[in-house]
Design a protein around this ligand. Structure first.
Ligand code: EPU
Length: 433
C-alpha cells in the first residue's frame, strides 16, 4: 500500500504535459478487437485502468507489444477467448467496453459485471437495451453477462438517459452490424468523438459523433490503423484547478482548449486567469478567488469528473458557493475528508453548500474514489502543514504519474510505501511467538 505525503503551501510553476485521455483509451483499446489487422495506439496514458485493459487483451490471446511508454502495437487476429473474468472486471468500470467490442466482432461475449469507482447505483440497462436492439440476446447469471447473436442488424436506439458508456458500446456493437444504426440522445463527450474517429480510421462509417444523433452504417471488415488518443480533458482540468488553488502560474501543454471550455469559463468566474494557445493553456492567479455556483451536466456542460476538484478550490474562495451534482448520487463522499482539513461544506442530497474559509489545514485523509483522490491532492497542495493521502490506488487508476508531474512544478509531494495492515499483524504475531 502506498500513500502520498504532501507538504502544502508551495505555488505550482513551470510547464506540465498532459497525457492521453483515460476515458478514450479504455474504449479504444477494446475497440482494436474489431480490427482484422494490427493496430498501433499512441498517447496511451500509463495508468492502472490501461494496464488492466492490456492484461484482458493479452489473456484473450491478442499479441500486445509495448513500443514505448505510451505506445502499444496490438494484433487482435490471435484472439480466441471471448471472456473477461471477474478478477479483471471488478477493478475497472470500463471493462463493459469488451461487451460491445466482442459482440461486434464475434457475435458473442462473456464479461463479468463491471466494477469501478463507488459512485452510487451504476446500472447498465441502456447498454443492454442497445445490444438487444441490434439483435443480441443476453443473460445475467452469477455476476456474468452473456451476449449472443446469430447476426447483428442495424437499428434505431433511443437512450432514456444521456450515457457515455452505452453510447460507446452501441457504436462498438454496431460498426459491423448489417445496415444502418441510428443512436438518438447520444452522449457528446470528446471521448465519444475520439472513439468514432478511431473506428472510422479503421474503415468504419460513423457520422454525427459529438452531436446527439449518431448514424452508423455497418461495414464487413475493419482494417488496421495507427491512432493517437486525445489529451485527457479531466487531467488538464485537475492541473488547472491545482495551479489556481496554489495561486501558481503554469503552462499546461498537450491539451485541446475547446474540450476545456466549461472548466475554463468556470475558473475564470472564480478569478483564475487563463490564456489559450493552439494546444496549450497558461493558467495563473494574481488576485482573490471568489465564489461560484457549479452544476454538473453531460458534455458540453461542466463535467462531473471535475466536481470534487472545483469544490475544493471553492473552499479557498471568498463567499458561499453552491455545487450541484446531477450525474452520480454518491459523488460527495470526499466532503468528510475535506472537512478534516478545515473545509466548511454542508451536503444536502445532490447539493453542497461551501462556505469559503480561504484556507485548509493538512490532515491524514483517504481517497474514496479517483476524482475524490485528485481533490485531496489539490487540498493538500494548498493547505498549510502536512497532508497524508491513503488509498492512492484510486488515483493511480486514472492519473499518469501525478506526483512526478506535480514535483516538476515545485510541489513537495512524495509517494511513500506503508506496510498493509495484514502484513503488520503477521509480523506482530511472529514476534509474539
Ligand atoms: N445510466 C443509466 N443506465 C445505463 C448507463 C448509465 O441509468 O445503462 C445513468 C448513470 O446511472 C448515470 C448517467 O446515466 O447517472 C451517466 O452515466 P454514464 O453511462 O454516462 O457513465 P459511465 O459511462 O459509466 C463515464 C466515465 C465516468 C464519468 C461518466 C459521466 C468511463 C470509463 N467512465 O462513466 O468517469 O463520470 O461517464 O461523464 O468513461 C471518472 O473518470 O472518474 C469517471 C467516473
Amino acid at each position: 500500500m502506498d500513500k502520498f505525503v504532501i507538504k502544502g503551501g508551495r505555488k505550482l510553476t513551470g510547464e506540465v504535459i498532459i497525457s492521453g485521455a483515460k476515458n478514450a483509451a479504455v474504449a479504444i483499446l477494446p475497440a482494436v478487437i474489431l480490427s482484422d489487422e494490427v493496430c498501433t495506439i499512441e498517447n496511451v496514458p500509463s495508468i492502472s485502468d490501461v494496464n488492466i485493459c492490456i492484461q484482458i487483451l493479452t489473456e484473450m490471446g491478442a499479441s500486445v507489444t509495448k513500443i514505448d511508454k505510451d505506445t502499444y502495437r496490438i494484433d487482435p487476429t490471435t484472439i480466441r477467448n471471448c471472456c473477461v473474468p471477474y478478477e479483471y472486471a471488478r477493478k475497472m468500470r470500463a471493462s463493459y467496453y469488451f461487451l460491445g467490442a466482442l459482440l461486434g466482432k464475434f457475435k458473442k461475449a462473456r464479461v463479468s459485471m463491471p466494477g469501478g469507482c463507488p459512485l452510487g447505483d451504476r446500472p447498465i440497462d441502456q447498454h443492454l437495451k442497445a445490444f438487444s436492439a441490434l439483435g443480441a440476446e443476453y443473460t445475467l447469471t452469477q455476476g456474468m453477462i452473456d451476449l449472443t447473436a446469430d447476426k447483428l442488424k442495424g437499428s434505431q436506439i433511443f437512450f432514456d438517459v444521456v450515457t457515455v458508456g452505452a453510447t460507446m458500446n452501441a457504436m462498438l456493437a454496431a460498426v459491423k452490424a448489417e445496415g444502418l444504426t441510428v443512436i438518438e440522445n447520444a452522449a457528446k463527450e470528446p471521448h465519444i468523438v475520439d472513439l468514432a474517429n478511431f473506428l472510422n480510421s479503421m474503415g468504419a462509417d460513423i457520422m454525427g459523433a459529438g452531436t446527439d444523433v449518431i448514424k452508423i452504417r455497418g461495414v464487413e471488415h475493419l482494417h488496421g490503423a495507427d491512432y493517437a488518443v486525445i489529451p485527457d480533458q479531466i487531467e488538464a482540468g485537475t492541473f488547472m484547478t491545482a495551479v489556481a488553488a496554489t495561486k501558481g502560474d503554469v503552462m499546461i501543454k498537450n491539451v485541446i482548449p475547446k474540450h476545456l471550455e466549461s472548466i475554463t469559463k468556470k475558473l475564470e468566474k472564480i478569478g483564475v486567469n487563463i490564456e489559450q494557445f493552439d494546444d496549450s493553456i497558461r493558467v495563473w492567479v494574481d488576485g482573490p478567488l471568489v465564489k461560484a455556483n457549479v452544476k454538473t451536466a453531460p458534455h458540453p456542460g461542466f463535467p462531473t469528473d471535475m466536481q470534487s476538484q472545483i469544490a475544493t478550490l471553492l473552499t479557498l474562495a471568498e463567499g458561499t458557493s453552491i455545487v450541484t451534482e446531477n450525474i452520480w448520487e454518491q459523488r460527495f463522499r470526499y466532503v468528510d475528508e475535506l472537512r478534516r482539513m478545515g473545509a466548511d461544506i454542508t451536503v444536502n442530497g445532490k447539493v453542497a453548500l461551501i462556505e469559503g474559509t480561504g484556507k485548509l489545514m493538512g490532515a491524514p485523509v483517504k481517497a474514496c474514489d479517483l476524482r475524490a483522490g485528485a481533490a485531496l491532492i489539490i487540498a493538500g497542495l494548498a493547505a498549510s502543514g502536512v497532508t497524508e493521502i491513503e488509498d492512492i490506488y484510486h488515483i493511480e487508476r486514472g492519473y499518469d504519474c501525478m506526483e512526478g508531474k506535480l514535483r516538476a512544478l515545485g510541489a513537495d509531494i512524495e509517494k511513500v510505501s506503508v506496510p498493509d495492515k495484514q502484513s503488520v499483524k503477521h509480523e506482530e504475531v511472529k514476534k509474539a511467538i
